[in-house]
Design a protein around this ligand. Structure first.
Ligand code: HEM
Length: 525
């Protein structure tokens, strides 16, 4: 996975039950306070006074139209608002687009450090708001969730979703509501996710067997674990949703972030015929379309052998229902929804697994503690089963911490305001594009002490994180458009990691340091 600076891990040797593992982890000396009312994660109390912000919002006299100024500092640590003149070095035509660079989440975080956690940028011809702190996210999504529930129409997403007939990129409205409900009930609910346990255990066992085959000893060549992990998350998703295996050579992540020229200059979309993007999107579209057609044909012939009743069966049944014609009536409707499964379900879980292993390699004492936990809990059984995962609380903290530092979609999926609304005294017009910088929020020193350090213990006092409700860490987004696949994704992430830690010892390939930062951008086109 090229965006993660980690292509190869070196398999050292299989664990023996007598492996010496250090358990003297540094004691967490932090004095983080719990957020009252949230009760779900451990973070520092924000320095900004939220009451001041909310009362500003009600003071309509103070309202300013964001379009008038190019970059606003709506929240300052001192508590006063002010317009920013510099940094909005706005070039004619491109606006602030030239300031975004190759890793937008990092450059936008740097800009937010100077100009505040609610910024307005003119990106090409698109007015854009960037949210970079927990307290702004909380205000926005508690008070204006509906107004921020739209999605912009992005170049690649529109094509791959067969004209926005999916959930992830569909405009907010009846189609989105119905389709998301079917996803939740038929694939992603806690009960359905539990029913796919056999699928996960089989696929993970096959991953472990492949690693053993490819690298039977510590002197073996390094293996490309990233590729194998993508393969296993892909296989689990396909078997659960389609009832069978399916492989794609390409990846749909190009359409997540919306950072290609045509997404900022809609009149310039023709340029993708010249810069190669159109060809790449068409190739991926063709590849996915072939798979969907084959899967659908098999189901229509009755050839699907899945024992759990899969999503495609349900969608084909709904296609026959005259009351559901507008949402599921055509093959394009069904294929658009299947694209979500490919795009949203595979790369995100794989990225979480690889980033977690990367951090464990950088932090050997944390790796040792996680390995000791799993090996003690599972004993000599030979493999970690899903029932063992309840006995691995430290592994869960490790995964939380990895998601905080490396959200697989660091700017989430772009939003678009559906109506005008006031935030912090500023009016944000309808049809403004919105980026929530999950990377900046997860590493905000106002919320987290030593934010760049990998310290899983920081989550221990808060119990389970209530994803989607805890604004200090937002890898799954927030509000009504937050990720519906959390249970599905985390179930495979936990099982894969537990088995990799139980069965093998890991080290980075000699001569290839485990790089830091920079590369965790899932959406660059
Ligand atoms: C660790 C794994 C995953 C991560 C980190 C993740 C992250 C995200 C994020 C950041 C969003 C955008 C949220 C927002 O705009 O506020 C999203 C949306 C979505 N995710 Fe996930 N996701 C994961 C796994 C999955 C899986 C396994 C599935 C399904 C099989 C899935 C299906 C979706 C769908 C359908 C949406 C669109 C929701 C909507 O627009 O209403 N995700 N995800």
């Amino acid at each position: 996975i090229e965006w993660m600076n980690l292509s190869y891990l070196h398999l050292n040797q299989e664990a023996s039950s007598g492996t010496r593992i250090s358990s003297d982890l540094p004691v967490n000396s932090r004095t983080n306070k719990r957020n009252k009312g949230e009760g779900s994660c451990d973070f520092q109390q924000n320095t900004t006074n939220i009451h001041a912000i909310l009362s500003e919002e009600t003071n309509l006299k103070k309202k300013e139209h964001m379009n008038k100024t190019r970059l606003l500092k709506a929240y300052e640590h001192a508590g006063k608002e002010e317009e920013i003149e510099a940094a909005a070095v706005e070039a004619p035509v491109v606006g602030n687009l030239h300031q975004v660079g190759k890793n937008p989440h990092l450059t936008l975080r740097a800009l937010a450090e100077r100009h505040g956690p609610l910024m307005f940028l003119q990106l090409g011809s698109i007015p854009t708001v960037v949210i970079s702190s927990a307290h702004v996210a909380r205000e926005v999504f508690r008070a204006h969730d509906l107004a921020f529930a739209g999605r912009p129409t992005l170049y690649a997403a529109e094509r791959l979703s067969y004209g926005l007939w999916d959930v992830g990129f569909a405009p907010h409205g009846e189609h989105w509501r119905q389709a998301r409900k079917v996803f939740m009930v038929e694939l992603l609910s806690a009960k359905r996710v539990r029913s796919f346990r056999g699928v996960r255990e089989r696929e993970v066992a096959s991953l472990v067997a492949s690693i053993r085959r490819l690298a039977p000893s510590s002197s073996s060549s390094p293996i490309d674990l990233s590729r194998m992990v993508v393969s296993v998350t892909n296989a689990v998703t396909c078997r659960a949703a389609f009832g069978g295996g399916c492989e794609t050579a390409g990846s749909g992540r190009a359409c997540w972030g919306g950072f290609c020229a045509g997404d900022f200059f809609p009149w310039l979309r023709w340029i993708h015929a010249l810069d190669g993007l159109r060809a790449r999107v068409e190739r991926l579209f063709g590849e996915l379309d072939d798979i969907y057609s084959q899967v659908i044909e098999e189901h229509l012939r009755g050839g699907c052998t899945s024992d759990h009743g899969d999503l495609v069966q349900v969608l084909l049944r709904l296609r026959e229902d005259p009351t559901q014609r507008n949402t599921f009536g055509s093959m394009d409707h069904i294929k658009g929804l299947l694209t979500d499964i490919f795009i949203a379900g595979t790369d995100t879980s794989a990225a979480t697994i690889i980033w977690t292993l990367t951090e464990l390699l950088r932090n050997p004492s944390v790796m040792a503690r996680a390995q000791k936990e799993v090996r003690d809990a599972v004993g000599k059984k030979g493999a970690v089963e899903e029932t063992d995962l309840h006995d691995l609380p430290f592994l869960k903290l490790v995964i939380n911490e990895s998601l905080r530092l490396h959200p697989p979609a660091p700017l989430l999926v772009p939003r678009e305001t559906t109506e005008a609304c006031a935030v912090g005294g500023y009016e944000i017009p309808a049809r403004t594009r919105v980026f929530v910088n999950a990377k900046a929020i997860g590493t905000d020193p106002a919320s987290w002490s030593n934010p760049q350090e990998f310290q899983p213990e920081r989550f221990s006092s808060g119990g389970d994180v209530r994803w989607g409700e805890c604004f200090e860490v937002v890898p799954f987004g927030v509000g009504r458009r937050s990720c519906p696949g959390i249970n599905f994704g985390l179930a495979v992430v936990e099982l894969v990691l537990a088995n990799l830690l139980y069965c093998f010892d890991w080290e980075a390939r000699l001569g290839r340091g485990v790089g830091r930062g920079g590369g965790d951008w899932i959406g660059s086109a």
